[in-house]
Design a protein around this ligand. Structure first.
Ligand code: ADP
Length: 397
């Protein structure tokens, strides 16, 4: 069984073809600049030379056609014919309150997703474009939607409600949803496997620290709280997003600088976070270098970032009544020993003891704690695509 995993953004499309008999990655690639001048597909069949196909792509349908042609290309392709694709798994950002798990895509699902577009105007429309395009090109291939929000649908009401007038929830579904759910679920499952325990018996804090960042409290296999909320702006400080702040700042800032709602939204999403504080970069590699060279604002941005993660870890340990393991994943979590060490320092009282030698590692599954650390800190590279393929297999298989 071969599953094609699709992740459609507004002008890009990432894909992987996975053999689900043995979970082997067969091919991966990305179509970029869809609908813009200079579009291309970078395709890689594992074990063969990479190919770059420069071709005009008006829309996602055109992009998917080129991706499928690349997959069956005699020279750099992966499979003999499109018939070998058993199913397509689509990453969908927002499943609203309707979907607490992955679903086979049918007419009803599509209309619910259209409704959810209002909640995620930047993400759901391109996800839907990918679904419609695949449907036209591969009409008899079943498709599954895997939602970033689904894993967090187990949050209890006190976690997902805002302290706002209740009518806002009833009228507009204003509540906390949480994101990165596929990643949090994957690393929590992997953590249980690495610890040789059942997920149902563990309290795990999962830290997905990439460009966007979120943290989740996973109790007995279920997400009971997470830092992102109604949108991916809430919670931790991020590369360019502000995370938690006093909401009164927004009106004050708008009045002082004569800003529109769209402008202030853009500033909070694109010009804040560690970029805004440091004035240097949103990339943690640049910040670590700048801090090394004595740049105080870069160091402040890093310290503020670490402090927010630590604060949530303490909160989630309290919410779950203890913690057995902490997982670090995504770009920063997988690659920065400095970040893992700084975040965990001072948490010895919780039973966390980092082993500096073991922590000096990147991008590989590892336990980075001392043998007497009662809470295990694990580095687990995330694999959202594999998780999407697994969900697809379990529904279609
Ligand atoms: P995205 O949210 O875009 O998927 P990633 O999970 O790829 O993000 O994470 C990207 C971030 O990871 C980069 O902005 C960078 O700051 C950080 N990162 C990647 N490699 C390193 C490294 N070696 N050291 C520190 N930070 C890193």
């Amino acid at each position: 069984m071969k599953v094609l995993v699709m992740n459609c953004g507004s002008s890009s499309l990432k894909y992987q073809l996975i053999n689900m008999e043995n979970e082997e990655l067969l091919a991966k690639g990305i179509a970029e600049r869809i609908g813009i001048e200079g579009s291309f597909v970078k395709h890689e069949t594992i074990g063969k030379e990479k190919a770059v196909i420069e071709e005009r792509m008006e829309d996602h349908k055109a992009a998917i056609k080129i991706v499928l042609e690349a997959l069956i290309n005699k020279e750099y392709g992966t499979i003999q014919s499109m018939e070998e694709i058993t199913a397509v798994g689509h990453r969908v950002v927002h499943g609203g309150e309707k979907f607490s798990g992955s679903v086979i895509i049918n007419e009803e699902v599509k209309s619910v997703l259209e409704e959810c577009s209002e909640l995620a105007p930047l993400h759901n429309p391109p996800n839907l474009m990918g679904i419609y395009a695949c449907e036209e090109i591969l009409p008899n291939v079943p498709m599954v939607g895997v939602f970033d929000t689904a894993f967090h649908q187990t949050m209890p009401k006190e976690s997902y409600m805002y302290a706002l007038p209740y009518e806002l929830y009833e009228k507009y579904k204003i509540r906390r949803y949480g994101f990165h759910g596929t990643s949090h679920k994957y690393v929590a499952m992997k953590a249980a496997e690495l610890l040789g325990k059942s997920l149902e018996d563990l309290n795990i804090i999962t830290c997905h620290l990439g460009n966007g960042a979120s943290i989740a409290a996973v109790k007995n296999g279920q997400s009971v709280d997470t830092s992102m909320g109604f949108t991916p702006l809430e919670g931790l400080a991020m590369g360019t997003r502000c995370g938690d702040l006093d909401p009164a700042i927004i009106a004050y800032w708008m009045a002082k600088e004569n800003l529109t709602i769209a402008e202030v939204n853009n500033l909070m999403n694109k010009k804040s976070g560690v970029l805004g504080v440091s004035g240097v970069s949103s990339d943690f590699r640049d910040l670590e270098d700048a801090a090394d060279q004595g740049n105080e604002r870069a160091q402040l941005a890093l310290d503020l970032y670490y402090q927010r993660v630590k604060k949530y870890m303490g909160a989630y340990a309290a919410e779950m009544g203890g913690v057995d393991a902490v997982v670090f994943t995504a770009g920063l979590g997988e690659n920065s020993a400095i970040a893992r060490k700084a975040i965990c320092s001072g948490l010895e009282f919780l039973g966390i003891k980092i082993d500096d030698e073991k922590n000096n590692i990147r991008g590989k599954e590892a336990d980075v704690t001392t043998t007497d650390s009662t809470v295990k800190v694990l580095l687990i590279p995330t694999n959202e695509e594999l998780m999407i393929a697994r969900e697809t297999k379990s529904l279609v298989g």
